[in-house]
Ligand binder design. Structure first.
Ligand code: FE
Ligand code: FE
Length: 185
């Protein structure tokens, strides 16, 4: 494998991640606002602060490389954020809404985990030890965040006797079906 080409790929993927982190810095406050539980809201706010740090770490890496981190758009993150905001606008409430938000957030974390694992490997292959260290710290925070989010869902319980809610859900489902039928017509 040619070093110059691998370095180019490394820089390209870091630029993509830099843009992804900056998209998240805009999206996370909205997710925090939409959260029902205090714990989830606080979790999003904490991850917002971490995310700012992730962007700064990438800036730091670019500084030592003598390059600029800007100039790429992460289309994958754009799509994930868009789906997340669709989720927020749906008629869910309470824990169900939180479960939906957590699902959207975990999709983001998994994307980041895959991307950071990749650039970390590249940094190691290129012998950029400092960059590798910084990327490993971020990867750890993304992994912890994903695990915390998963843990919150484990605390939810399904109330099988909530028949009133079920009737309401059926009504909403009926309405939605009508809406989608008329949208298709
Ligand atoms: Fe991040
Ligand atoms: Fe993250």
């Amino acid at each position: 494998m040619e070093t110059a080409a691998l370095k180019e790929l490394f820089i390209d993927e870091l630029r993509d991640l830099y843009n992804a982190e900056n998209q998240l810095i805009k999206a996370l406050p909205k997710m925090a606002k939409a959260a029902n539980s205090e714990e989830l809201r606080a979790g999003f706010e904490e991850h917002l602060e971490q995310t700012k740090g992730h962007a700064q770490r990438i800036e730091q890496i670019f500084q030592t490389l003598g390059e600029k981190p800007t100039g790429k758009k992460c289309k994958a993150m754009e799509g994930l954020v868009e789906e997340g905001s669709e989720t927020m606008n749906e008629d869910f409430a309470g824990e169900v809404k939180d479960a939906a938000l957590i699902g959207a957030a975990r999709r983001v974390e998994h994307y980041e985990i895959a991307a950071y694992s990749t650039v970390l490997k590249f940094a190691e292959m290129l012998g950029h030890d400092e960059a590798a260290q910084l990327l490993e710290q971020t990867l750890e925070e993304e992994t912890e965040t994903d695990e915390k989010l998963a843990g919150l869902v484990d605390e939810f319980t399904v109330d099988a006797s909530s028949s009133k809610e079920t009737e309401e859900d059926d009504e909403i489902a009926g309405e939605n079906q009508k809406k989608s039928r008329s949208a298709r017509a």
